[in-house]
Design a protein around this ligand. Structure first.
Ligand code: ZN
Ligand code: ZN
Length: 484
C-alpha cells in the first residue's frame, strides 16, 4: 500500500478476511516488533504481509502473489538511496519467485498502461463501481468567469459550490473539500516592491502558517517569524498570496458556523495515529466537512459524503515536471471517486482556471482512456520524448558552492555524451546540464542532467558505470518520479 496511515480501511479489510494470518508492517513499529513480524513471516506463522513500500521485501515464504494497491502512487518510489520503485521491485520479485503480481488502480500510471498496451502485462477491468453505483456527475467550474461568493475575498469560492455544500449540510450529509496546498497562504509578497520571502537555504518561497504563526519552508523545515514590514523596501503591509488549507478552514468555518470541520494535511497529522483519529471521527459522523490535501483523495470510503469540492484544481498543473498533468488528473479523478459511495449518490465540483485542459476534462468524465489518449502523444516525437516512450535517468549535482555543482554537472554531461558516442552507438539523448527547477535546496545548489533513451539497457549501463565511481556531489536516479 502507498501509505499505511492513510489507508486504515484497506488494512481493516485485509485483516477482516485473513485475520491472524496477517502481519502489518509499518513505520510505527519498533525494531523488536518489526523483527517479530519478519520472523513470523519467515517461519510461515503469518502468510500475508501488509505494508508500505518496503513490505515488498518481506520474507514471505512460498510467495504466491504481490498486490500493489494504487500502483500509480509516487510514494512507491524511495527518494533516497537505494532509490527503488516498489512497483518495479514487485514485478521482478514475482517473476523470480514464480508468483503473480497484481497492480491495482482506478487511475493507472502511464507506464503501466504502456506495459499493458505492449502485451507485457494483462489487463483486467472492473467496469462496475462499488454497489454497482454510477460514478458521480462532475461539474467543472471556470474560476475565471463563475460568480464568486462576495464574502470569500481571497478564497476561490463560487456560488455553485457554495450552494451544493449548504444543501448537503442541511440534509445532514458530509462534504469533502480538496486543496492540495497546506499552510495558510502560499507566500508573502510586498505590494510595494513585489518582493517574495524565500527560504534562505532553498530557492522556494516560504509558506505562511497561522497556527502557530510563522513562515515555513516546506522543503527543509526552516522557520522564521512573519515579518511586520518588507525587508527589501520597508513597506509596512505585506500581502498573503495563494490559498492554503489553513485559510480554507478559516473561511469555511466562518461561512458554515454550525458545521463540524476537520482538516487533514501534513501539519495536522504529525503525531502517531493522528490520521486514524481524524478518519474515525468522519466515519462516526462527527465531522460534517473534511478538508485537506491529497491525503484525503485516497481510498476513503464514506457513504455519507455526497459532495466533493476541488477548491483549486490547478495547484500542481503548471509545475515544471512532465508528470504535472498526470498527477493532476489522478488527484482530481481520485477525489471525485470519494463522492456518492452510498445510496444517496453524490456530486463533484471542480474549480479551475483551465477547464479545457485534458487532465481536467478527462478527470471530469472519470476516463483514464481519454487522459492517456491525450497525454501519450504529448510525450512522443515531434514533442520531446518522455516516459513511457523512453527510459529516463536523472543525474543531480548538489553542492554548497554553486560553481562546484555546475562544474560537476557539466562533467557528468560530458562523460555521458562520450559514453553514448563511443560505446553505445549514440543510444542516449543527454539534456543539460541545467539548473534544477528547485535550484537551491537545504543550502545546496542543484544542477541536473537528464538522460533519455529508447533502449533501457543503454541507460542501465551508464547508471551502473557511474554508480561504481565515487562521486559524492552527484547522485543518479533512474526512472525519477520527480524532476523538481
Ligand atoms: Zn517591499
Ligand atoms: Zn528551505
Amino acid at each position: 500500500m502507498p501509505e499505511i496511515a492513510l489507508t486504515p480501511q484497506t488494512v481493516a479489510r485485509v485483516r477482516g478476511v485473513f485475520g491472524d494470518q496477517v502481519a502489518v508492517l509499518h513505520s510505527g513499529l519498533s525494531d523488536g516488533e518489526r523483527a517479530d513480524a519478519w520472523r513470523a513471516l519467515r517461519r510461515g506463522e503469518r502468510r500475508v504481509a501488509v505494508g508500505p513500500r518496503s513490505a515488498v521485501f518481506a520474507p514471505v515464504e512460498r510467495l504466491a502473489a504481490i498486490v500493489v494497491d494504487e500502483e500509480h502512487e509516487t510514494s512507491y518510489k524511495q527518494g533516497t538511496a537505494p532509490r527503488y520503485h516498489a512497483r518495479d521491485v514487485a514485478l521482478v520479485r514475482a517473476k523470480l519467485e514464480g508468483a503473480r503480481a497484481l497492480l491495482g488502480s482506478a487511475t493507472p500510471s502511464l507506464e503501466t498502461l504502456h506495459l499493458a498496451a505492449a502485451g507485457r502485462i494483462r489487463r483486467f477491468e472492473l467496469p462496475e463501481r462499488i454497489g454497482a453505483r454510477p460514478l458521480p456527475p462532475v461539474e467543472v467550474i471556470d474560476l475565471r468567469s463563475a460568480p464568486r461568493v462576495p464574502e470569500a475575498r481571497g478564497v476561490p469560492w463560487t456560488e455553485p459550490l457554495d450552494r451544493a455544500v449548504r444543501d448537503a449540510l442541511s440534509r445532514g450529509d458530509q462534504v469533502i473539500l480538496l486543496l492540495n496546498r497546506r499552510g495558510f497562504a502560499t507566500f508573502l509578497q510586498c505590494p510595494a516592491c513585489g518582493d517574495v520571502r524565500e527560504c534562505p537555504d532553498c530557492a522556494i518561497s516560504l509558506t505562511v502558517h497561522q497556527t502557530p504563526p510563522a513562515l515555513r519552508c516546506h522543503y527543509c523545515g526552516h522557520e522564521e517569524p512573519v515579518p511586520l514590514s518588507c525587508r527589501q523596501c520597508g513597506a509596512e503591509t505585506q500581502r498573503m498570496r495563494g490559498l492554503g488549507t489553513q485559510q480554507l478552514e478559516h473561511f469555511v468555518a466562518l461561512r458554515f458556523p454550525a458545521a463540524r470541520i476537520a482538516r487533514m494535511d501534513l501539519d495536522t497529522t504529525s503525531t502517531k495515529w493522528a490520521h486514524h483519529r481524524i478518519l474515525e471521527r468522519v466515519a462516526q459522523g462527527q465531522v460534517d466537512i473534511l478538508l485537506g490535501t491529497q491525503m484525503i483523495a485516497k481510498g476513503l470510503d464514506f457513504p455519507n459524503v455526497t459532495v466533493v469540492g476541488v477548491v483549486d484544481a490547478d495547484t500542481g498543473l503548471h509545475l515544471p515536471d512532465f508528470r504535472a498533468a498526470e498527477r493532476t488528473f489522478q488527484l482530481v479523478a481520485q477525489v471525485a471517486g470519494r463522492a456518492g459511495r452510498g445510496p444517496r449518490g453524490g456530486r463533484v465540483f471542480v474549480q479551475t482556471r483551465a477547464p479545457d485542459h485534458h487532465a481536467i476534462r478527462a478527470a471530469a468524465v472519470h476516463s483514464v482512456a481519454e487522459f492517456a489518449a491525450a497525454e501519450l502523444p504529448l510525450r512522443a516525437p515531434p514533442q520531446p520524448a518522455y516516459p513511457p516512450h523512453v527510459g529516463l535517468a536523472r543525474f543531480v549535482a548538489a553542492h554548497e558552492d554553486p560553481a562546484v555543482a555546475e562544474a560537476a554537472a557539466a562533467r557528468v554531461a560530458a562523460w555521458l555524451r562520450r559514453a553514448s558516442a563511443e560505446r553505445l552507438a549514440g543510444a542516449l539523448m543527454v539534456l543539460g546540464p541545467a539548473p534544477c527547477p528547485v535550484m537551491r535546496l537545504k543550502a545546496r545548489w542543484r544542477w541536473h542532467v537528464l538522460v533519455k533513451s529508447a533502449e533501457a539497457r543503454a541507460i542501465g549501463r551508464v547508471v551502473r558505470a557511474w554508480g561504481a565511481r565515487p562521486h559524492s556531489a552527484v547522485v543518479v536516479d533512474r526512472d525519477p518520479v520527480s524532476l523538481l
